[in-house]
Ligand binder design. Structure first.
Ligand code: NAD
Length: 478
């Protein structure tokens, strides 16, 4: 039922009228869960008209009122977190414990933006002439087109919705066709909290058709996309052609640097939990584990035994520590990375194979060692449960290797030396550095990449800025 009427347009849930439908599957079994109706051009045109009307209403609603509505949405999301978590696991596959963290955190993101929206202060600039006032107002940029992926169906989308709404923008969100139900339930919470019709619209469709239609429209003033580098590049180009502001949160290939003065056991335990979380389908997932030579053997042994012990299974099973990949094409991609690495001379220390005897999209937690730099897994983002472990000798060397790829999203490091930690924080070319712990993705901190990993940030005050534009007002009494 939920898949029949998945589009939220102008405050009403309706079926998509596109001739095509998308099949939603349970990644733990490969079985079809249902058919998702998709948006046609006619549906998208209605959404654009609704977003324009919604913007006129919402921009004139005070920041104080907007904050109250968002606060109610945050409370509803917390009340409904268990239902939403179950839907995430059913369609995306991650273990229920991880889905609960994702769904449970959605309210916190909304609360943060609800508060931050009330503090979207402008400024007063001292004038050159007595009696004059020079004021900078910060105004909502306009209707937003947002595109979010399937790996975190709730937490990727909630940041876009809450940021846009807190700033006074309306939004048309295209959710992920693979994992629609949790997005639908999340949007229902905003609607039930009192977000007026047209302010929040949700679409599913043929991705390239939706982005092309929405970004070209004169109604849309801002584009926000999370996904792969190639798609980000093409949406960024389209946004530039039509002079739309754009935030891109793209892929990564994060270095995880373990210096020989670090707590090696702790580094291996955290490294494994970060690597195999959501079966590695995380843009900030560590992928290249650089370990200083004298600590290398100890780290490989501890890390490999953590990976080998992981219980892989359906996300809904209580004992599962790593679920399936989100769809069949990711399993093929993992098999391709491992085959190529083997041909290049790498050794498979743990895993390396599809899980046999199931129609689900499972791939074993995989640890590769002795991987040469020309192997594809060293250049392309694996976006799955594959770790490469590499040796280094000096800080200069590891910083150069960590920075050698065009990606620049996240980096992790383990060391007991403040001097080393400071040097790494200064010299790693990426948007986020986390040292001796996992400290990324809180609502109040910026999340975003450098270089090919995109531009702009979500989260933190930067996340609100992305939906605001300055207006300078100069006035004098006559
Ligand atoms: P993909 O490149 O086909 O799609 C990535 C995402 O972009 C999907 O959500 C998809 O629906 C969307 N998309 C694709 N074409 C689009 C278009 N023309 N307009 C609008 N949206 C479009 O890859 P995939 O097989 O779905 O995912 C694998 C790759 O995607 C990974 O290698 C990873 O790099 C990337 N990815 C990144 C993130 C992230 O958090 N940054 C999330 C999911 C996927």
């Amino acid at each position: 039922m939920i898949l029949n009427t998945p589009l939220l347009i102008d405050g009403a849930w309706r079926a998509g009228t596109h001739a095509q439908r998308a099949t939603v599957r349970d990644p733990a079994t490969g079985a079809a869960l249902g058919e998702l109706t998709l948006a046609s051009e006619q549906d998208m045109a209605l959404a654009l008209e609704a977003a324009q009307r919604g913007f006129e209403i919402w921009r004139k609603t005070s920041a104080y009122e907007r904050s109250k509505v968002l606060g109610r949405a945050a409370d509803l999301l917390r009340e409904r977190a268990e239902t939403i978590a179950q839907l995430i696991t059913k369609e995306q596959g991650k273990p229920l414990a991880e889905a609960r963290v994702e769904a449970g955190g959605a309210g916190d993101h909304v609360d943060w933006y609800a508060e931050e929206g009330r503090r979207a202060y402008g400024r007063v600039i001292p004038p050159r002439q007595r009696g004059a006032r020079q004021i900078v107002l910060r105004e909502p940029v306009g209707p937003v087109a947002a595109f979010s992926p399937w790996n975190f169906p709730v937490s990727q989308l909630v940041r876009k919705i809450a940021g846009a709404l807190a700033a006074g923008c309306s939004i048309i969100a295209k959710g992920p066709e693979e994992t629609p139900s949790s997005c639908i339930e999340m949007c229902r919470a905003f609607q039930d909290a009192g977000v007026p019709a047209g302010v929040l619209n949700l679409l599913f469709g043929v991705p390239a058709e939706v982005s092309s239609f929405l970004i070209r429209s004169e109604v849309i003033r801002k584009v926000s996309f999370t996904g792969s580098v190639p798609v980000g590049r093409s949406l960024g180009a389209l946004a530039a052609q039509h002079l739309k502001r754009c935030t891109l949160e793209l892929g990564g290939h994060a270095p995880f640097i373990v210096c020989d003065d670090a707590d090696i056991e702790a580094a291996a335990a955290l490294g494994a939990s970060l690597k195999f979380r959501n079966a590695g389908q995380v843009c900030a997932s560590p992928t290249r584990f650089f370990v200083q030579s004298s600590a290398y053997d100890a780290f490989v042994s501890a890390f490999a035994s953590q990976a080998a012990r992981l219980v892989v299974g359906a996300g809904a099973a209580a004992e599962t520590q790593m679920g399936p990949l989100a769809h069949a094409r990711r399993v093929d991609a993992m098999a391709g990375f491992v085959a190529d690495a083997r041909e290049c001379g790498a050794t498979v220390q743990v895993g390396g194979e599809r899980v046999a005897g199931t129609d689900g999209f499972f791939f074993q937690p995989t640890v590769l060692v002795d991987v040469p730099d020309h192997a594809r897994v060293m250049r392309d983002e694996p976006f799955g449960p594959i770790a490469t472990v590499l040796r280094f000798d000096t800080l200069d060397e590891v910083i150069a290797r960590a920075n050698a790829l065009p990606y620049g999203l996240a980096a992790f490091a383990f060391t007991r030396s403040i001097a080393t930690a400071t040097r790494l924080a200064d010299d790693l070319e990426c948007g986020m550095v986390s040292i001796n712990h996992f400290g990324l993705a809180a609502p109040e901190t910026p999340f975003g990449g450098w270089k090919d990993s995109g531009y702009g940030s979500e989260g933190g005050s930067e996340g609100l800025d992305a939906y605001l534009q300055p207006k300078f007002v100069s006035q004098i009494g006559i």
